[in-house]
Ligand binder design. Structure first.
Ligand SMILES: [Zn+2]
Length: 390
């Protein structure tokens, strides 16, 4: 550790340092990675970096404790969402205590959890742990959980022992969350022909065709609901399919040769994301066959914004749920409406629970904060985890 860092730092001091890095989803992140790895090195903890392709970003993982089965992964992301256009009352990258709340971008979502993990490190090293803890810090979570799969696989493949589960420290007011919807985001682009609007029956108008596809998507959502695909643990309690942006055409009297639209679906665990997409593609193929008879170059192309983010559906009776309930003293569980990396860790073989400090209602907005009390509760959970593993 550099000489300038104190030997032990409080969670608030660490959070102050982490918040000072304005690293958004998509940005290079090696500066914040260096701060954390310097901190780990200061305590003699060996770590691994998992880079993106051009090595401008890295996720970090490390083991604290012995190489034995049954350890627990503590996972969080280091990127934050932008602040542009938001009316902040304080400098978003200078953690500011007002009353009993700490204000700053990422204080709640979710550098607060990482700060609690790092602040508990000295305690972890002092205790005679018989099972390990793993830190797992990712990048680009905020633009579609782009490194969660990579990081979870790296942990599975790197360590000879098998961790028993993962706690994903997204804001949940320290209540264990056992479910999350999946998400997929696409841009679909329709290429039609062109000409005078009066020739609509001789040409293919991309807007008309895009409209058909959009109504098909809405109809698919309605068919799922009508077919009883309902999960009352979630609000809303069904898979949502939604078009949020559309772009196309030149003028009222010109056949539109292009139209694109952005859409997402957020699937409840019982609905398979790939199946929904495959069915949509089959419908697109039908339309291509029809339209290419009129205009052979007619096309429909889909661009995924990111790989699918899988849903989370951890059994209420799973050991990791019981453990986190015991550690937090919370008897209830819940589900979250936001996307997170928990489904990715779960799919990699680590049963997962979302549980972290702060309220998601404070995330992604101006004057984001985490209550000091929430950071304290998180550190208590981690200390109890260390005792449980000792
Ligand atoms: Zn988050």
């Amino acid at each position: 550790m550099p000489q300038t860092l104190p030997r032990t730092m409080t969670a608030t001091e660490i959070l102050t340092a982490l918040v000072s890095f304005p690293i958004f989803g998509g940005d290079a992140n090696l500066e914040i990675v260096k701060w954390i790895t310097d901190y780990l090195e200061g305590y003699g903890v060996a770590y691994q970096l998992v880079y993106n392709e051009d090595r401008t970003k890295a996720a970090i993982h490390c083991r604290v404790g012995p190489a034995t089965d049954g350890g627990i992964i503590l996972s969080g992301h280091l990127d934050v969402v932008p602040v542009a256009g938001q009316p902040w009352n304080t400098d978003p990258f200078k953690l500011t205590l007002i009353g009993d709340k700490l204000y700053g971008r990422g204080s709640c979502d979710m550098k607060g959890f990482a700060a609690c993990c790092l602040a508990t490190l000295p305690h972890m090293l002092e205790q005679p742990m018989t099972k390990p803890v793993y830190f797992a810090f990712s990048f680009d979570e905020e633009i579609g959980c782009r490194s969660g799969d990579l990081l979870a696989a790296a942990i599975r493949d790197h360590y000879p022992e098998t961790p028993a589960g993962a706690i994903i420290g997204e804001p949940s007011m320290m209540v264990p969350m056992v479910g999350q919807k999946g998400i997929m985001v696409y841009t679909t682009t329709v290429t039609g022909s062109q000409g005078h609007s009066s020739r609509i029956k001789e040409e293919v108008d991309a807007i008309h065709e895009a409209a058909r596809l959009i109504l098909w998507l809405e109809g698919k959502m309605d068919r799922l609901i009508a077919g009883g695909r309902i999960d009352d643990r979630f609000t809303p309690n069904h898979t949502s399919i939604h078009v949020g942006k559309i772009n196309g055409g030149t003028a009222f009297n010109i056949i539109a040769n292009q139209c694109s639209f952005d859409w997402d679906y957020r699937n409840i665990p019982m609905d398979d994301a790939d199946e929904i997409f495959a069915e949509f593609e089959a419908y697109c193929e039908e339309r291509k066959t029809v339209c290419r008879k009129i205009y052979p170059e007619f096309d429909i192309v889909h661009d995924a914004m990111h790989p699918p983010v899988p849903p989370l559906d951890t059994d209420e009776d799973a050991k990791i749920v019981k453990l986190v309930q015991r550690l937090t003293g919370e008897t209830q569980t819940g589900t979250v409406a936001y996307a997170a990396e928990a489904g990715q860790f779960s799919n990699a073989g680590f049963p997962s629970v979302i549980c972290g400090p702060g309220d998601i209602a404070q995330a992604h907005r101006a004057n984001e904060f985490v209550a000091v009390e929430q950071l304290e509760r998180c550190q208590q959970m981690l200390q109890k985890l260390v005792a449980h593993l000792s």
